[in-house]
Design a binder for this molecule. Sequence first.
Ligand SMILES: C=C(O[C@@H]1C=C(C(=O)O)C=C[C@H]1O)C(=O)O
Length: 171
Amino acid sequence: APTTSISTTSLPMTSAPGAGALVAPVVDRLLLADAVARSKWVSHGAIDDPARERAVIDAAVAGAPPATADRVRAVVRDQIEASKTVQRGLFAGWRAAPWTAPHAATDLSSTRRRISDLTTDIVARVVGHDPRDPACMADVASATLRTVAERGLTPLQIVASVQAERSLCAL
Ligand SMILES: C=C(O[C@@H]1C=C(C(=O)O)C=C[C@H]1O)C(=O)O
C-alpha cells in the first residue's frame, strides 16, 4: 500500500526483547577496551590481569541463579577474551605506528567500574533469556549488523563483537 513505509533493510526488526537486546550492552562493554588499552599503554601495564578477571567472573556468577552459572561463566569469559582481542589489536597498531599511540592516560579504575556495571547488565539479560530460542542467532546477527552500521565499529571491534557473542545462543 502507498501509505506503508518502505523498509530500508531486508533484515527483520528486533524490537521484541529477544537475544538482540544483549548486543547493546555487549558492544558497550567491548568499546571500553579502547580506554583500557590507552591506560595500559601509557602506564606500561599488562593486557592480561588474571586477578581482575577472576573478580569479574566471581561477581557475575555470585549475582546469578546457580542453575545459570555455567552459561554466565561462559558469556563473561567471552566478554573478557573479546576485550583482550581489541586491546592486543590496538597495541599492535601502536607498536607498528608509534606516532598514533596515546600519550594521555585514562582512569582505569573508573573504566573498570563501567565495565563491571555493564557485566551486571549483560548477566541479567543472559539469565532472563532462553538460549535455545530458535530466533536467537538471527536476532543477535541483525542487532549486530545494525550496531556495526549505527556506531561505526572498526574491523577490529566487529571481529571482537562476534567473539563476544559466541556463547549467547545455545547449539
Ligand atoms: C578490561 C581489562 O583487560 C582484561 C579484560 C578484563 C575484562 O574484560 O573484564 C579483565 C582483566 C584483563 O585481563 C582490564 O584490565 O580491566
